[in-house]
Design a binder for this molecule. Structure first.
Ligand code: B4P
Length: 192
């Protein structure tokens, strides 16, 4: 089964993807994690994206499509969870072509619905918890960047909701409950 987790920043895509990895032996492909790894490695590409991410802007389609293309060549286990990818219509078209090349299909797109106030609160909480634990705070987990991340989401990513609805692949899930309640809602959407 290959699925997309779609939703605004802080909707819980990464949180829910980890649970699906544990329970369904799926492979999580998080473009956010891949880009943060590239940034931490100090590679040329990592240096190029660091500033873009810290501002809360989207990285270029070319870079993220390249990252995903590489990962699709490997082991497929219980299928792929695309976490935070695609984020633009161009990325969605590219994913369709890449899956077709591999003889794979997209089975479902889970849209996590969460209101803006809750999103901001979750991201601010994450920053505060990291600070309190003496851990590094994500460069984009601050009020200014979160505002920009939300603007990018509504402008460039939210059109994907209509795109996948038109293809009959969209399943909307309430992302507002406790983490285990959202897990149950996703399981019901995938198995129902
Ligand atoms: P991502 O890493 O994808 O980050 P995100 O959208 O902010 O987070 P996510 O929805 O996964 O939330 P999480 O589970 O962490 O992207 C970061 C940046 O990378 C982007 O802004 C962009 O610059 C770049 N990028 C990534 N992909 C790209 C692409 N395809 N194209 C271009 N650029 C790209 O949850 C957040 C917090 O909420 C956590 O602290 C969690 O514990 C908490 N939480 C989760 N679920 C909860 C619940 N049900 N109740 C209470 N708290 C909850």
């Amino acid at each position: 089964m290959n699925i997309i987790l779609l939703g605004p920043p802080g909707a819980g895509k990464g949180t829910q993807a980890s649970h699906l990895v544990e329970t369904r032996n799926m492979i999580q492909l998080s473009t956010g994690d891949m880009l943060r790894e590239a940034k931490d490695s100090g590679s040329e590409m990592g240096n190029k994206v660091a500033e873009v991410m810290a501002r809360g802007d989207l990285v270029t389609d070319e870079i993220v499509i390249g990252l995903i293309r590489e990962k699709l060549q490997g082991d497929k286990r219980g299928g792929f969870i695309f976490d935070g990818f695609p984020r633009t219509l161009a990325q969605a078209d590219a994913l369709r072509a890449l899956l077709a090349e591999q003889g794979e299909n997209l089975d479902a797109v889970i849209e996590l619905r969460v209101d803006d106030d809750t999103l901001v609160q979750r991201i601010v909480n994450r920053a505060e918890e990291a600070r309190a634990a003496g851990q590094p705070v994500r460069a984009d987990d601050n009020a200014e960047s979160v505002k920009q991340r939300l603007m990018e989401y509504y402008k460039k990513t939210s059109p994907l909701i209509g795109y996948y609805y038109a293809m009959g692949q969209l399943k909307s899930v309430d992302g507002l409950g406790e983490i285990d309640e959202v897990q149950a809602a996703i399981a019901a959407a995938l198995d129902g």
